[in-house]
Write a protein that binds this ligand. Structure first.
Ligand SMILES: [Zn+2]
Length: 307
């Protein structure tokens, strides 16, 4: 998806975090190697014991950022400081960090209108490792959403791995990843995210249904993305093209469980699925895109997840 070159990127929704920070205490569980690159939602997210997290003040699902636990000492609170290079849509078209900034603006703009109880969630772009409300994490876990601090964490180095897995490297293949993680934020707000933890593996599991719904939510955003206005009331994004949809679908295919299993272990094992097959992920992305209606993303009551 292409940003309008002259669009303004003014925002404070994206921060930098974690650079140089070590990982202390209990870390975010990585799946290990390529199998961990699942665009994860944290595996122990609703463990029901936030007090068990190392340090930190957790109350009402929000992390107290004044706590020394969240070592975002180098995080900046405004894009003008964290991403001074990101001023216009042209910057977002050229620079991956700026593309993330622009994507977060559009995704949150969409959900603010589409979901009455929407609460904004920041994205933290990190490099290597980061401290989060869910523990320390490194890049091997892939992008993830932490429900404890309602924050998306993303190391853009993941996009190189996404290409190695079969993503086409186009802008929308990257933006889809961001939109998917915001889908988990919506699920946290609706309460459905907990179902990913009740039933964690298998082709019909709660985990897979949760992930496919997040894909569908990403598609619903794409359907409306060109309506986002920038700070000047002008269009942020150009209308989407069929080629760009193919780009998003290449990413959805790349992170399918069957694709990853075939690559890493040479065989497909549906009983171990946590995110759904490539075909399922593409299908649900398209349900969201074709209908533009998140209410159609009811993967929990769908008769079939295969379409
Ligand atoms: Zn996910």
């Amino acid at each position: 998806m292409t940003f309008r070159d002259d669009a303004s990127l003014s925002t404070d929704q994206v921060r930098r975090g974690g650079r140089g920070g070590g990982i202390g205490g209990r870390g975010v569980a990585a799946g290990g190697g390529i199998g961990g690159l699942l665009i994860a939602v944290l595996v122990y997210l609703h463990g029901g014991d936030p007090s068990g997290l190392p340090g930190g003040t957790v109350s009402g699902g929000q992390v107290d950022y004044s706590s020394p636990y969240v070592s975002d000492a180098d995080a900046q609170s405004g894009t003008s400081q964290a991403f001074p290079q990101c001023r216009t849509g042209a910057d977002a078209n050229e620079d991956v960090d700026c593309r993330m900034v622009g994507t977060v603006i559009s995704v949150q703009d969409y959900w603010s209108g589409a979901f009455r109880d929407y609460r904004e969630a920041p994205t933290v772009i990190f490099d290597g490792s980061v401290q989060t409300g869910c523990g320390g994490a490194d890049s091997s876990v892939g992008p993830f959403y932490c429900p404890v601090d309602s924050t998306i964490y993303l190391d853009t180095g993941f996009f190189d791995q996404l290409e190695r897995l079969g993503g086409d490297g186009g802008p929308l293949s990257q933006m889809y990843v961001v939109a998917h993680e915001y889908g988990h934020h919506i699920q946290n707000l609706t309460g459905v995210l907990a179902r990913s933890q009740q039933d964690r593996q298998g082709p019909e599991s709660g985990a897979v249904r949760t992930e496919l719904q997040a894909d569908c939510f990403a598609g619903a955003w794409v359907a409306h993305a060109s309506q986002t206005q920038d700070a000047d009331g002008e269009t942020l994004l150009e209308p989407i093209t069929p080629e760009q949809i193919e780009s998003a679908l290449s990413a959805a295919e790349a992170v399918g469980d069957d694709r990853i299993q075939r690559t890493t272990q040479g065989r497909v094992e549906p009983e171990a699925w946590t995110h759904g097959s490539s075909a399922q992920r593409q299908h649900w992305f398209m349900v969201g895109y074709d209908t533009g209606d998140p209410r159609q993303c009811d993967t929990f009551n769908a008769a079939s997840l295969d379409g």
